[in-house]
Write a protein that binds this ligand. Structure first.
Ligand code: ZN
Length: 65
């Protein structure tokens, strides 16, 4: 009998700011000389690209901005 590991209060939660999509590809809006649309990755400012937050932080970040 193995049993399951219960979730603890300290378990990380999906970041409410980005819903787990911590890194977004953002285009600069201007195509370069070869016709490509350059994109760059921007990390979520709340979780810094982690996608999850400690429960205590998630509560603080969950309020309306
Ligand atoms: Zn985030």
């Amino acid at each position: 009998m193995t049993g399951s590991v219960p979730a603890t209060a300290a378990s990380p939660r999906i970041c409410p700011n980005c819903d787990g999509f911590a890194t977004a590809a953002v285009s600069s809006g201007n195509r370069d000389a070869s016709g490509q649309l350059p994109t760059f990755a921007v990390d979520c400012p709340a979780c810094h690209g982690a996608g999850t937050l400690p429960a205590s932080v998630a509560q603080l970040a969950g309020g309306r901005a």
